[in-house]
Design a binder for this molecule. Sequence first.
Ligand SMILES: NC(=O)c1ccc[n+]([C@@H]2O[C@H](COP(=O)([O-])OP(=O)(O)OC[C@H]3O[C@@H](n4cnc5c(N)ncnc54)[C@H](O)[C@@H]3O)[C@@H](O)[C@H]2O)c1
Length: 293
Amino acid sequence: MKIAVVGAGTIGLSWTTLMLAKGHTVRVTDPRPDLAEAVRDAVHEFVPTVPGFAGEAEELLSRLEIAGSVEEAVGGVHAVQENGPERLEFKQELFAAIEKAAPAEALILSSTSGLTPSSMSARMADPGRLVVGHPFNPPHLIPLVELVGASEREVARAKEFYLSLGKVPVVVHKEVRGHVANRLQRVLFEECVNLVEQGVVSMTELDDIVTNSVGVRWATVGPFLAFHLGGGPGGLRHMMSHLMPYVPAEVQERLADQAEAVYPLASNEERAARRDRQQLEIISSKERDDDVR
Ligand SMILES: NC(=O)c1ccc[n+]([C@@H]2O[C@H](COP(=O)([O-])OP(=O)(O)OC[C@H]3O[C@@H](n4cnc5c(N)ncnc54)[C@H](O)[C@@H]3O)[C@@H](O)[C@H]2O)c1
């Protein structure tokens, strides 16, 4: 596949490395004067942490193309991954230009952390072509890509594309500013700031609390499955009715029904055993990290 990477800062350089490591030809464009050198340095730096890749950076660089303009970058490609500055007007103009210059069937994807596809596609002839493919930094390493767009067909094509890159694409069904992962991070971080500001714990104490509790847990099971398993034989229904009076009763009912449909209670023992195995692995790898610290 031939892929255009538009914008080669933190995110674009990381995507470029991953896409090259997956065997694609990548054409990069960015007005920065040190573009060729920046890509070369990034590929050398990132390639050891591309999951499952054991090849050489120099071999990847033989499939790299540097383009002098957006139009030149997107001509004849199968997909465009945009990673320019996070400014709405800039992205609106950029996507109008990309749509004109890219092949009609090319995927048009944006890494935007916060902007919605309907706002960024305002100047496109076919706004449905734009799909947000928001990675969690760094994209060559962290699995998640959040997908949101107006066209189900384009979102489905984007999902196939990211699966082929070894990513974990998750479709977000309604566009909201900040998508999902960053909204969650923001709520938690606001409380981190409060607790440190109030002197409840120091910064390092708070970091130790997170990395030795919810960090280990949430790397293996998400917040819903964690409480479904934590609720014992009664699952999430029991957990919420006993410990979560702040969740209205009818919401508890709906969520418990959902949890029991997607995670049947009968197989929770197996899920808990898998969670424990994975947590053990994480804890032992963290001990090695602590030696370094
Ligand atoms: N940094 C993160 O943690 C993170 C995570 C996920 C998504 N994102 C999103 O990725 C996008 C890029 O963020 P970043 O952190 O890499 O920013 P960055 O500032 O590191 O990189 C932006 C790049 O865009 C280039 N650029 C400017 N005008 C351009 C043009 N006309 N054509 C092509 N390139 C142009 C700049 O020279 C720069 O190298 C943003 O939309 C951001 O929201 C960032």
